[in-house]
Every structure is written in structure tokens, then in C-alpha cells.
Design a protein around this ligand. Structure first.
Ligand SMILES: Cc1cc2nc3c(=O)[nH]c(=O)nc-3n(C[C@H](O)[C@H](O)[C@H](O)COP(=O)(O)OP(=O)(O)OC[C@H]3O[C@@H](n4cnc5c(N)ncnc54)[C@H](O)[C@@H]3O)c2cc1C
Length: 337
């Protein structure tokens, strides 16, 4: 068996299956490692074959290219899900879905991770962009992050404390380093936690139910999990049901998208979505991509959109806001070249 025939490396895979945008051409190589040793083997194979590794999670905050670079080995962490309790710290693998942390809370009766419910993406992607929902940030719960420096992998797995992570609104040190986030220790405000209570959900995830990044499959899965755990009128589930109402009300799962395309610019005083609304940009279409009719900061794939359609609309919003408000909004979505 050659190194590119590792069980977790697949050839000629449509990246559209691995992004909530459902956009992206075929990757020459795609890896779905299930454990740390798989990752090391995949990295070794990449270096031996002169390929550039590109790590991602659920693909809910990125836009894959229509014609992926054949020299890139795309590596999704989504199949490596692990939560263990270690001396009052939760040790969580980067590929673990953030929504699973909220389910764990629902199982054991802690509301710490309620804000992660129906927040698409993995813990690794959440740490990279410091994911947030209203006033709660994933960085509020990070104690330590474990990573591999891809420029100097011989150093092995290294750690960095939360204070060194440079967390701020939609920012972290990981955006300016070539580091692969392996896992993190999370601190908890409430105890006790029994990660083993998650076994039934882990078994379902292990069956590959969420291997593809469809937002509808994702949201239906977690809503079903909640319904299995909590009666309709159980007051402890009220915050989570509120999140369902909020996200479905904003049509988050209706069409493929990456959520908000731009970071807000808090020095301006109004969110980007509102500025785009004031310029009547909602509903603007190019090819099969459209600025959401209900939210000016969301660009949807209305069916068969290309990356270039989305990029065109990103430029329209940037140029219009620059012309009328004097600044260029910074993209939150990571555009993979
Ligand atoms: C419908 C919808 C609603 C959303 N709502 C919110 C919201 O309320 N709040 C919010 O903050 N975001 C939101 N998002 C955006 C997205 O869910 C988050 O940014 C999430 O954290 C991305 O995780 P991911 O695993 O999908 O990352 P990906 O999209 O797979 O990757 C994003 C970036 O992180 C990097 N990355 C991912 N994993 C690793 C790793 N292990 N090591 C190093 N780099 C890594 C990738 O290289 C890429 O640059 C929403 C998205 C959608 C589609």
C-alpha cells in the first residue's frame, strides 16, 4: 500500500459535499482522519507527495473553489469526535461538533454550552474564528488549545493557553499561523459532566449521518436529538427551543450558505446586514447565488451556484458599502484559493 492509499484518504471527491455552501469542485485528494494517529499518517503522506495540507471542519465558514488546486490535500477533522473529562476540564477533539457540546449540556443539566446549539461547525473551526452567539464566545470556555505547527511539525503537539490565543471578536492567533488545531481543554462553570452520557448521539454520528454538510440534515439531526431528550413543555429546554425559533426564523437552514459573510465593524455602529439593507441589496442575484431576501449579510446558494457567483456578490456588497459608508467590510467567510 502506498502512502496515498491510506484508508482515510479518498480520491476525486466533490468538495461541495463537505461545505454548507454546497459549492466546490472535485478535490484530487480528501482525507477524513478518525484519530490523531491517522492525522499524523496523512500529514506524512502529504509531505512525501509534495501536497499542501489544508485542514477544515464542517466547512460552514468557508467557500471552496470551483477548480480546487490539485496540489492541495484537503483534510476535514469532522470524523474525529471525542470528549473526555480530565481533572475538571473537558478535553475535546477539534472535529467535535459545537452543537454536540450543547447536547451534552442538555443531557447532564448544564446550560454552559447552550449558545452552541445549532451553531454549525466543529470546535476547531469555532476556535479559529472565535465563534459566538449573542454575547457568548467559544473563547469564554477555552482553557488551553493543543496544536501542531505545520511549518515545524517535528515539534509534535504543542499547547497554548487561552491568554496567548489573541481571542477577540471573530479573531484568534490561529488566523495568522499555519497551525493545525488538534484539540482543546474547555473549562466549565457547572458540574457534574458525564461525557459518556453522549454515547447514543456519538454512535449516530459515527454512522456518518452528518458526513455531508447539508444544513437541513444538520439542523434536523440536532432538533431530533433535543426532542428525544426533552418533552415539548420541559422548561429546562426553553433556551434551546428559543435558539431553534431564532435560527429558523432567520432562515438559517433553508438554503446552503456560510451564515454571515462579513464581520461586523463595531466602530460604525450598525451591523453590516443593516447597512446592506439600507442600500437595498437584499435579493440581489448573480448566477445562482443571492443576497438573502431576509438578511443583508447572508449570501445563499439558490441551487447550483458557483464560487465565482458568491465572490461576485461579495464584491458588490464591499464596493457599495465602501462607496456609501467609506469602508470595505472584512469577509468572515474564508475563501479557499
Ligand atoms: C447557517 C449558519 C449559521 C452560522 N451562525 C454562526 C453564529 O451564530 N456565530 C458564529 O460565530 N458563526 C456562525 N456561523 C459560521 C460557522 O458556523 C462558524 O464559523 C464555525 O465555527 C465554523 O466551523 P467549521 O468547522 O465549519 O469551520 P470550517 O468552515 O471548516 O473552517 C473555517 C476556517 O477554520 C479553519 N479550521 C477549521 N478547523 C481547523 C483546525 N482543526 N485547525 C486549524 N484550522 C481549522 C479552516 O482552515 C478555515 O480557515 C454560521 C454558519 C452557518 C452556515
Amino acid at each position: 500500500m502506498t502512502s496515498m492509499e491510506l484508508a482515510c484518504i479518498q480520491k476525486d471527491q466533490p468538495l461541495s459535499r463537505y461545505s454548507t455552501y454546497e459549492i466546490g469542485g472535485n478535490a484530487r485528494f480528501l482525507a477524513l482522519p478518525r484519530k490523531d494517529t491517522d492525522v499524523l499518517e496523512v500529514l506524512e503522506a502529504a509531505w512525501r507527495h509534495g501536497l499542501n495540507p489544508l485542514f477544515f471542519g464542517m466547512g460552514s465558514n468557508l467557500l471552496f473553489p470551483d477548480h480546487p488546486n490539485p496540489d492541495t490535500l484537503f483534510i476535514s477533522t469532522r470524523s474525529h469526535i471525542e470528549i473526555t473529562l480530565n481533572q475538571e476540564r473537558l478535553h475535546v477533539a477539534a472535529g467535535t461538533p459545537m452543537s454536540l457540546l450543547a447536547m451534552m449540556g442538555a443531557v447532564v443539566g448544564t446550560s454552559d454550552f447552550d449558545f452552541c446549539f445549532l451553531l454549525p461547525g466543529t470546535l476547531g473551526g469555532g476556535i479559529y474564528m472565535n465563534a459566538k452567539y449573542f454575547s457568548s464566545h467559544i473563547s469564554d470556555y477555552i482553557d488551553r488549545v493543543y496544536y501542531v505547527d505545520l511549518d515545524d511539525p517535528r515539534q509534535g503537539i504543542r499547547t497554548i493557553s487561552v491568554e496567548q490565543c489573541e481571542f477577540a471578536y471573530k479573531r484568534s492567533i490561529f488566523q495568522r499561523k499555519n497551525w493545525f488545531i488538534v484539540s482543546a481543554d474547555l473549562k466549565l462553570k457547572q458540574f457534574p459532566v458525564r461525557p459518556e452520557a453522549l454515547q447514543p448521539f456519538l454512535a449516530e454520528l459515527d454512522s456518518g449521518i452528518l458526513e455531508n454538510s447539508s444544513l437541513q440534515v444538520f439542523s434536523n439531526f440536532y432538533m431530533r436529538c433535543l426532542n428525544r431528550l426533552k418533552q415539548e413543555d420541559d422548561p429546562t429546554a426553553t433556551p434551546l427551543r428559543g435558539i431553534i425559533a431564532d435560527r429558523t426564523g432567520k432562515m438559517h437552514f433553508e438554503y446552503p450558505s456560510c451564515g454571515s459573510v462579513f464581520k461586523n465593524n463595531y466602530s460604525i455602529g450598525e451591523p453590516i446586514g443593516k447597512l446592506a439593507d439600507r442600500l437595498n441589496l437584499r435579493g440581489t442575484q448573480h448566477g445562482n447565488a443571492m443576497i438573502s431576501p431576509v438578511h443583508g449579510n447572508v449570501i445563499q446558494n439558490r441551487g447550483g451556484a458557483k464560487a465565482e457567483d458568491v465572490i461576485y456578490l461579495i464584491r458588490i456588497v464591499q464596493e457599495s458599502i465602501d462607496k456609501h459608508f467609506g469602508f470595505v467590510p472584512e469577509a468572515e467567510v474564508v475563501i479557499v484559493s
